[in-house]
Design a protein around this ligand. Sequence first.
Ligand SMILES: Cc1cc2nc3c(=O)[nH]c(=O)nc-3n(C[C@H](O)[C@H](O)[C@H](O)COP(=O)(O)O)c2cc1C
Length: 167
Amino acid sequence: MTARHGPTEPGLLIVSYSYTGHTRRVARALQQLTGGEWREIYPWQPYPMAFPALLRQVKAEIHAGRRPSLLPGAPSPQGYTAVCVGSPNWCGAIAPPMASWLSQHDWAGKKILPFYSHCGGVPCSMRQEVQRLCPGAQVTEALGVLDTAGPDALAAKLAVWLAAAGE
Ligand SMILES: Cc1cc2nc3c(=O)[nH]c(=O)nc-3n(C[C@H](O)[C@H](O)[C@H](O)COP(=O)(O)O)c2cc1C
C-alpha cells in the first residue's frame, strides 16, 4: 500500500454508499490507510427505514435492474487512475445507488478495487457486477468485510487486499 501524493501521481479515489454505516466504516479505514480522497454517494430518494419495506424495494430494484437517481454532488472518477468502490451486499448484489453511480461514468483504462460489507448471508459477486457495469476497467479481486469485523482485523485485511491489487 502506498499513499500517492507526488505532484504527477494521481491520488486514489474512494467512493462508498452505506445505509447503516458498516461500509462507511470500511471506507474510512481505507482512507486512513491510503490518504486517498473519500467521497460518499446518496440516493435522491432515501430508502425506507422499516426493514420489510426496505427489503421489498431493494429486491424490486435489483430484479428490474433499476438505477435510482443520486443526490447532486456525487464525485467523478475523472483524473484518477484507481478507484476503490464500496457498497453493502444487498440480496447478493451491489446496492442499486452504487450501480447507478458506476453506470454514469467512463471507466476505460481505470483500475477499480471493489469492496463490500456483508452479514455472512447470501454471497455477492461484486467483482463480476462491477466489471459488467464498468466496461473497459481493470477490476481487481473484491474484498468482502463482515459487518462485525473489529478495527484491527479490518486494517489488516485492507492492507493485504491493497497490496494484492498493487496499491
Ligand atoms: C435489504 C438488505 C439486504 C441484505 N442482503 C444481504 C445478503 O444478501 N447477504 C449478506 O451477507 N448480507 C446482507 N445484508 C446485510 C448487509 O450487507 C450488511 O449488514 C452490511 O454490512 C450493511 O452495510 P451498510 O451498513 O454499509 O449499509 C442485507 C442488508 C439489507 C438491509
